[in-house]
Write a protein that binds this ligand. Structure first.
Ligand code: NAP
Length: 493
């Protein structure tokens, strides 16, 4: 007999833990949280590169129902997020449900038994009434397919697999990539390496990070009077919402806000870099918000150091002892850091094979019929299944907004299933189509379609040129709909 659960949650990051907390609140205690890594925390367990920190203020980048009064800074370092994840797992009694090193290969809906059969590498299949995938958006590292990379004789490190034992001091290092990860990492590497060459294909918009330590008096205040931290959260979330909703999503209506953000970033660059030619190389030629904006007080300035070199000529190949650019120049290096991000659209969405009713394969169906998910959580032909890292699910800039609105959706949906004493739920094709149409229509106002994003090479866009990750509504709307979506949008039986 296969092990049987009420629910299987795939992923023990903040998404999976939020889903598990919600399931337990609904009385579903017989649940398994399967995690491929050797510990909990998702992205905050995997990523340990120097300089790692949140880039959304910590009062906002945390569960609203579990505020942490002890953040050491306005933007907490990565290690504090990992500790916070451990605290949440303990407080909400999640650890006993977790299984690590559990690589889920796929899941198949068994129509006769009305349950999911989940296949885990090297273990017997397990079954579950409900399946929830919380596999994250940025969980499949992208290793670039650059000619010769396998022949490099030095050390190669991808930022998601940082080697803490490797000493960078005195090395001749190259970094490929200038995304949000590189923006945090490059100033740190510049301190350690004798020579640091940064290979930039596409520059990134950077704005200052208003980061300060949180004094112990304020931490005590947050602890004793939690209302004060709630006010801080409301202010920080409000600022994010203005940036996200007006500058990015309502680009057509308030283009000026977007242009002001770009002008602000350019002025910031001018204040940090005197050399006009270098500034030009670091200035994006696409609109602010096409790519996720980044925050740093010392990224631009790092390029003015004598040991740091910005290389914008494209890479031709990698030799055993260095990188050769298309103009034939070779830069000798002993360490190659790949800050090359993640693959979202080929190997994620979904991260595992999911086969629903009538043999429908979710990944294939998404690719053949546009990426879509009703309210960013459910898909027709996939009964008793919620996919949390889905098209049009990412609400606002803080992942916790997304998680908590999805928890709200679960509350309403599972609550109704329970009230009716039903066995299955499945979103209707009509409700799903209506949601997709509405998101598509809303996106027409965004910078993604109204602005100039052609040169951004942004992972927000999929292989069909659709910006299908962010939910193009206010976060308030996401919460309102999660609380009040029409129950007829699901067939519950
Ligand atoms: P990313 O934004 O996708 O950046 C990857 C970089 O690698 C880009 O500059 C890309 O250049 C470059 N690249 C990839 N393949 C290449 C190739 N073959 N040749 C040359 N360059 C290549 O990835 P990321 O920096 O890891 O950031 C991903 C996301 O993680 C962020 O947007 C953010 O949401 C999140 N993040 C959050 C935090 C935080 O909150 N603290 C920190 C880091 C990251 P192109 O642009 O030209 O493709």
């Amino acid at each position: 007999m296969a092990e049987q659960y009420d629910a299987v949650v795939v992923g023990a990051g903040f998404g999976g833990m939020g889903a598990a907390i919600q399931l337990k609140r609904l009385g579903l205690e017989n649940l398994a949280i399967l995690e491929r890594e050797d510990d909990l925390g998702g992205t905050w367990h995997v990523n340990r590169y120097p300089g790692l920190a949140v880039d959304i203020a910590s009062v906002t980048y945390s569960y609203s129902f579990e505020p942490n009064p002890r953040w050491s800074r306005l933007f907490a370092p990565g290690a504090e997020l990992k500790k916070y994840a451990e605290h949440v797992a303990d407080k909400y009694d999640l650890r006993r449900h977790m299984s690590f090193g559990a690589l889920v290969n796929g899941a198949r809906w068994d129509e006769d038994e009305s349950h999911w059969v989940v296949s885990v590498e090297g273990r017997p299949d397990i079954t579950a009434k409900y399946l929830l995938t919380a596999t994250g958006f940025l969980s499949q590292p992208h290793r670039p397919d650059i000619s010769g990379i396998d022949d490099f004789a030095g050390k190669i490190i991808h930022t998601t697999a940082w080697d803490d034992t490797y000493d960078m001091v005195g090395t001749k290092t190259a970094v490929i990539g200038t995304g949000a990860t590189a923006v945090q990492l490059i100033p740190e590497l510049a301190r350690a390496a004798t020579e640091l060459t940064v290979y930039q294909r596409t520059p990134i918009w950077v704005v200052p990070k208003l980061d300060v330590p949180i004094p112990s008096t304020v931490q005590k205040l947050f602890s004793r009077i939690p209302f004060t931290q709630r006010i801080a959260r409301a202010v920080s979330s409000g600022i994010l919402e203005v940036i996200m909703v007006s500058a990015v999503l309502h680009y057509k209506q308030v283009k000026l806000v977007n242009k002001a953000a770009a002008a602000f970033s350019r002025a910031f660059l001018r204040s940090q870099v005197g050399d006009a030619a270098l500034r030009k190389q670091l200035t994006p030629d696409y609109d602010f918000g096409c790519k996720r904006p980044t925050f740093s007080n010392n990224y631009f300035r790092t390029f003015t150091k004598d040991n740091v070199h910005l290389e914008t000529t494209s890479i031709d190949h990698i030799a055993s002892d260095g990188i050769v650019t298309s103009d034939g120049r070779k830069t000798e290096i002993d360490t190659l850091v790949l800050a090359t991000g993640f693959n979202l659209w080929d190997v994620n969405f979904p991260a595992i094979e999911v086969i629903g009713r009538e043999g429908r394969n979710l990944g294939k169906w998404w690719r053949d019929n546009r990426f879509q998910a009703y309210e960013g959580v459910s898909v027709p032909y996939f009964p008793n299944f919620l996919t949390l890292a889905s098209p049009y699910s990412y609400s606002g800039l803080s992942y916790f907004t997304t998680i908590e609105s999805q928890m709200q959706h679960m509350d309403r949906l599972f609550g109704e299933v329970k009230r009716r004493g039903a066995d299955t739920f499945e979103v209707t094709e009509e409700a799903n189509a209506e949601f997709l149409d509405r998101m598509t229509e809303n996106l027409a106002d965004s910078v993604f379609y109204g602005g100039s994003c052609q040169t951004a090479r942004s992972y927000y866009f999929n292989q069909h040129g659709e910006a299908a990750i962010l939910r193009p509504t206010s976060t308030r709307n996401a919460f309102v709909e999660a609380k009040r979506f029409p129950l007829e949008d699901y067939s519950i039986s």
